[in-house]
Design a protein around this ligand. Structure first.
Ligand code: UDP
Length: 195
């Protein structure tokens, strides 16, 4: 697929179907991959913040999450077909996971929210295996424990809802140790899915 550079960030011009097939390959490869859904706010922040830009440019897949970035890509002459948002990707991946028996772990949002989101996702996609949840308001010194819990749950897919761009930094920092095949930042999606 084609790529666009917007304010120094590499964006992958994938539609939902292509995103799912690329992520499926990541899961099958078993090595850790970071997936970012980038909206205009994140791209703008990255243009002013090299550490964030580096994370986006090294991520294994960066989708266009929003009308602003799709517009910008088209303005630059690319054929950006559709946006691939965190919430849409989360739902599509949950459905795929229920069919392919991938293990999901949900990290983030206020206490109770990830559990509620998990219950609703399982009701919607029967057979979906959610192997763990953890809220996103742990202290710095609790991080090692959270990482250990996720590792022990052995998810194929880790959805991280700590808010952008903090979740991108968090995934980047812990991805190798976590050893999960795919970690994806999903912003406020668990709040949406829980209620
Ligand atoms: N959040 C969290 N821990 C924090 C700060 C935020 O788990 O320390 C969660 C928050 O509860 C919400 C999500 O991160 O579920 C951020 O959602 P928001 O819509 O503000 O972020 P965006 O979609 O812009 O990334």
């Amino acid at each position: 697929f084609d790529q666009a550079y917007i304010l120094g960030c590499r964006l992958d011009l994938v539609d939902m179907e292509q995103s799912l097939s690329v992520i499926k390959r990541f899961v099958e490869e078993r090595t850790p991959h970071q997936v970012v859904t980038a909206n205009a706010e994140m791209v703008y922040a990255a243009s002013r913040q090299k550490p964030l830009r580096d994370i986006i440019n090294r991520a294994h897949l960066v989708t266009l999450d929003g009308a602003g970035v799709v517009w910008a890509a088209r303005f630059l002459g690319h054929r950006a077909r559709e946006r691939v948002t965190g919430i849409d990707l989360t739902l599509a991946l949950a459905e795929l996971a229920s069919k392919l028996r991938w293990r999901l772990y949900l990290l983030g949002a206020k206490p109770g929210v990830a559990e509620e989101a998990a219950a609703r996702m399982v009701a919607r996609f029967p057979g979906l295996e959610i192997v763990g949840t953890h809220h996103g308001y742990f202290q710095q010194q609790e991080t090692a424990e959270v990482v250990r819990e996720i590792k022990e749950a052995k998810p194929d897919l880790l959805l991280v809802a700590l808010g952008a761009p903090y979740q991108e930094f968090w995934i980047n920092r812990h991805l190798a140790e976590l050893g999960v095949p795919v970690a994806l930042g999903i912003g406020g999606s668990l709040d949406v899915l829980s209620g």
